[in-house]
Design a protein around this ligand. Structure first.
Ligand SMILES: CC(C)(COP(=O)(O)OP(=O)(O)OC[C@H]1O[C@@H](n2cnc3c(N)ncnc32)[C@H](O)[C@@H]1OP(=O)(O)O)[C@@H](O)C(=O)NCCC(=O)NCCS
Length: 214
C-alpha cells in the first residue's frame, strides 16, 4: 500500500467541506490510494463496468467515504451501486453524490428532508484551460466576486455538481449550455427550470456542493 500522499490536504479539505455543507448534509473526502478498488462491495463492483483500474480505484475511494458517512447515521453494510445512467443508487430515504479527480474522492449524503437532492464535484485548484472555459461558460453565467484565477474552474465544477443534483429528479441529460450559474448569489437554474443552491470552497481543492430544496 502506498502511504497517504498528503494527509494534511485530506484534513484541510474535510474541514472546508464541513464549513460549506448546509445543515443535515454530511461530507467527506479521501486521497485515492492504491488498492482502493477493494472498498467496492460485490454489488457495487458488479455495477461498475470494467474500466481503467484508476477509475475503479477512484470509485472505491468515493464509496469508502460514503459507507462511513452512512454508518455515522446508523446505515451499515449497504451497497451504493451505479445505475445504468451513471447515477449512484442510495438506500431508501437517503440521497447523496460522489465525485473524484485524479487524486481526491469526495462524497456528500443526507436524509431526504428539506433538501431533496445533492450534487458534488471536486477539481484541482488550478485555472481552467481557456479552450475548456470556452465550452463551459455562457453569457448567462455570473462569476461575480469569486477568485478571478479560479472563476472558470469553479464554474465548471458548479455545472457538474448541478447536473448530478438535477439528474435524479429530472432524468434529463444536460450540457454546460443548459445550466446558468450565478456564483455570487450561490444559485443555478437548469433549462428545465430546476433551481439549485450552491456552496463552494477553493482550498485545498475546488469543491462545489449543489442542493435542491423542497
Ligand atoms: C455526471 C458526469 C458529469 C460526471 O463527471 P466525471 O467528470 O466523469 O466524474 P466525477 O468524478 O465528477 O463524478 C463521477 C460520479 O458522478 C456520479 N454520476 C454519474 N452519472 C450521474 C448522473 N447521471 N447523475 C448523478 N450522478 C452521476 C457517479 O456517482 C460517479 O461516480 P462513480 O463513477 O464512482 O459511480 C458525467 O459522467 C456525465 O454523465 N456527463 C454527461 C453530461 C455532461 O457531461 N454534461 C455537461 C456537464 S453539465
Amino acid at each position: 500500500m502506498t502511504p497517504p500522499a498528503n494527509p494534511s490536504g485530506e484534513i484541510s479539505l474535510a474541514q472546508a467541506l464541513a464549513t460549506i455543507a448546509p445543515n443535515g448534509v454530511r461530507t467527506g473526502c479521501r486521497i485515492i490510494r492504491e488498492g482502493d478498488e477493494a472498498h467496492l462491495l460485490p454489488e457495487e463492483a458488479r455495477s461498475i463496468p470494467a474500466r481503467q483500474p484508476a477509475m475503479r480505484r477512484a470509485s472505491g475511494a468515493a464509496r469508502w467515504i460514503a459507507h462511513r458517512l452512512l454508518a455515522d447515521i446508523g446505515i451499515s453494510n449497504v451497497a451504493i451501486p451505479r445505475a445504468p445512467s451513471g447515477a449512484p443508487v442510495w438506500p431508501e430515504g437517503i440521497m447523496g453524490s460522489l465525485a473524484h479527480d485524479d487524486n481526491m474522492a469526495v462524497a456528500a449524503v443526507a436524509r431526504v428532508g428539506h433538501i431533496v437532492s445533492l450534487g458534488i464535484d471536486v477539481e484541482p485548484a488550478e485555472p481552467l484551460p481557456d479552450d475548456i472555459f470556452a465550452i463551459v461558460a455562457t453569457g448567462a453565467d455570473r462569476a461575480g466576486a469569486v477568485d478571478r484565477r479560479l472563476a472558470g474552474r469553479i464554474l465548471f465544477c458548479a455545472k457538474e455538481a448541478v447536473y448530478k443534483a438535477a439528474y435524479p429528479l429530472d432524468r434529463e441529460v444536460l450540457g454546460y449550455e443548459d445550466i446558468a450559474v450565478d456564483l455570487d448569489a450561490g444559485r443555478a437554474t437548469t433549462k428545465t427550470g430546476r433551481k439549485v443552491s450552491l456552496a463552494h470552497c477553493v482550498a485545498p481543492r475546488v469543491v462545489v456542493l449543489a442542493f435542491v430544496g423542497q
